[in-house]
Design a protein around this ligand. Structure first.
Ligand code: UDP
Ligand code: GLC
Ligand code: MN
Length: 328
């Protein structure tokens, strides 16, 4: 067991908050595996200290962009994103098998059974199910594989500009070769799927083990009222109708992560680094507040780009109301 680990990545303090909540969720569900957080050089000292309290190992990695081993790879695709840094996970060779999880995922049940799977196992992407989503995957660290992945980067680039494109090109037989490498969707339930196939969500959603807050707006972009235990701008009855994953994320953040952060920052309001607003009032000011006034054309465009405002205007509650009005 000591040679198996859950691995995540955070290159900024915002994603570090996600990593803290993810790590806590794995601990709360009694994982027997090691927890490893890969961080970039821009993660602040207090955030690193908090990560050290939750994770067994906090590993500083280079941002994969021009200027390091992936330099040549990047030259061909200047638009490639920071998510290439994820590929560093193959260099964690002190572990024989790992499960990578995006920092915007939240674990709802123990998922140690994922270690029974082989490289490369992942769940289908909700947007194109013949591709896997690279937010949760089982892999075997290997410097050889790492080298080959970088070669793929330099020769073919990434069709989506991020790690998911490269990984799908590299593990290109995933869709057809071995069904045991298709993780059930419940290990990477993206909130988007709630809207794209609502009846299936109603039928199977209760079994979800991992929620993935895929998309531009992340849980830490919202504000949480620690006194009322509500997300600012969300109506109370939204949580009565379906599991409110966003609220779950914030509950865990405020009950388990905030106390650790307070140890680092003292009782002062967190005005820099990890926190931007006083913790006793509203725990977080939105970075990217969901657009309030958008034309329906703009909104349609956002939907088509996979950027539904699924926690606001396009919330489960609103969509369900709309569907109900059609069905009536
Ligand atoms: N990530 C990061 N810093 C960034 C962007 C991404 O550390 O600036 C990491 C983080 O682990 C994140 C993952 O890369 O969860 C993939 O990005 P994201 O989750 O934003 O992509 P999405 O799942 O929304 O497509
Ligand atoms: C995806 C995945 C994410 C990945 C990104 C870039 O949407 O959810 O894990 O990093 O694409 O390829
Ligand atoms: Mn993600």
């Amino acid at each position: 067991m000591a040679d198996q680990a859950f691995v995540t990545l955070a290159t900024t303090d915002s994603y570090a908050k996600g990593a803290m909540v993810l790590g806590m969720s794995l601990r709360n569900h009694n994982t027997s595996r090691k927890l490893v957080a890969m961080i970039g050089p821009h993660v602040s000292e207090p955030c690193r200290a908090v990560l050290h309290k939750i994770y067994d190992e906090v590993r500083l990695v280079d941002i994969l962009d021009s200027g390091d081993t992936a330099h040549l790879a990047m030259m061909k695709r200047p638009d490639l994103g920071v998510t290439f840094t994820k590929l560093h996970c193959w260099t964690l060779t002190q572990y024989s098998k790992c499960v990578f999880m995006d920092a915007d995922t939240l674990v709802l049940y123990n998922i140690d059974e994922l270690f029974e799977r082989e490289e490369f196992s992942a769940a289908p992407d909700p947007g194109w199910p013949d591709c896997f989503n690279s937010g949760v995957f089982v892999f075997r660290p290997s410097n050889e594989t790492y080298g080959k992945l970088l070669t793929t980067c330099s020769e073919d680039g990434s069709f989506d500009g991020g790690d998911q494109g490269v990984l799908n090109s590299f593990f290109s037989d995933w869709a057809t070769a071995d069904i045991s490498k298709h993780l059930p969707f419940i290990y990477n339930l993206s909130s988007i799927a709630i809207y794209t196939y609502l009846p299936a969500f109603k039928q199977y959603g209760h079994a979800a083990k991992v929620v993935h807050f895929l998309g531009k707006v992340k849980p830490w972009d919202y504000s949480y009222d620690t006194t009322c235990k509500t997300i600012k701008g969300q109506s109370q009855d939204a949580s009565d109708m379906h599991p409110n994953y966003l609220l779950k994320w914030w509950e865990l953040f405020s009950s388990s992560v905030l106390p650790l952060m307070k140890e680092e920052y003292g009782d002062q309001p967190f005005n820099s680094g990890c926190m931007e607003s006083p913790i006793h009032e509203v725990a977080k000011k939105p970075h990217h507040p969901p657009p309030t006034q958008m034309s329906s054309q703009e909104r349609k465009q956002k939907w088509e780009q996979g950027q539904a405002d699924y926690m606001g205007q396009d919330s489960f509650e609103n969509i369900e109301k709309k569907l109900d009005s059609f069905l009536k």
